[in-house]
Design a protein around this ligand. Structure first.
Ligand code: ATP
Ligand code: MG
Length: 137
C-alpha cells in the first residue's frame, strides 16, 4: 500500500467537478485517507511548488494555485503514486490520453485540473505539508 497527495486545482473546483474527479480515484481502486478544501496563500503555493522556483512559469503557476480554493487529498492504494499519475494524464491536457482526468476536465497546461505527487519520496513530503498525522485515516 502506498499513499500519495492529490490536489484538485482551482479550475476544476470552479467548474464544480470535485465529485466527478473523486469518482475516478474511487472507481480505480484508490481510497481517500484524508481530504480538505483550502484556500492556499501565496507563500503556501510558493513553498509547495518550490521545486519549480527557477522555471519561467513559476509565477504564473503560483498565481493560478491561489486563484481559488483547492481540494487536497491523501489517496491510498496499491501503487498509489503511479496509479494517480496514470489517472491524471499528461501535464499538458492536449497530450493527455483519452479518458484521463486532464483530457476530460482540463483546458490548458496552466489550468490542468489536478496535481499528483511524482514519487513516493515527494508524496511523503507533500502529505506532511498539508496534513497532521491525526487527519489521515
Ligand atoms: P503537477 O506537479 O501539478 O502534478 P506535473 O507533475 O504533471 O504537474 P510539473 O512538471 O511538476 O508537472 O509542473 C507543475 C505544474 O507547472 C504543471 O501542472 C503545470 O501547470 C505547470 N507547468 C509545467 N510545465 C509548464 C510549461 N512548460 N508551461 C506552463 N506551465 C507549466
Ligand atoms: Mg509535478
Amino acid at each position: 500500500m502506498e499513499k500519495t497527495l492529490s490536489i484538485i486545482k482551482p479550475d476544476a473546483v470552479k467548474k464544480n467537478v470535485i465529485g466527478k474527479i473523486i469518482d475516478r480515484f474511487e472507481s480505480n481502486g484508490l481510497r481517500i485517507a484524508a481530504m480538505k478544501k483550502v484556500q492556499l496563500s501565496q507563500s503556501d503555493a510558493q513553498e509547495f511548488y518550490a521545486i519549480h522556483k527557477s522555471r519561467p512559469f513559476f509565477n504564473d503557476l503560483v498565481t493560478f494555485m491561489v486563484s481559488g480554493p483547492v481540494v487536497v487529498m491523501v489517496l491510498e492504494g496499491l501503487n498509489a503514486v503511479a496509479k494517480n499519475r496514470e489517472l491524471m494524464g499528461a501535464t499538458n491536457p492536449k497530450e493527455a490520453a483519452a479518458g484521463t482526468i486532464r483530457a476530460d476536465f482540463a483546458e490548458s497546461i496552466d489550468a490542468n485540473a489536478v496535481h499528483g505527487s511524482d514519487s513516493l519520496e515527494n508524496a511523503e513530503k507533500e502529505i506532511k505539508f498539508f496534513f497532521a498525522e491525526r487527519e489521515i485515516c
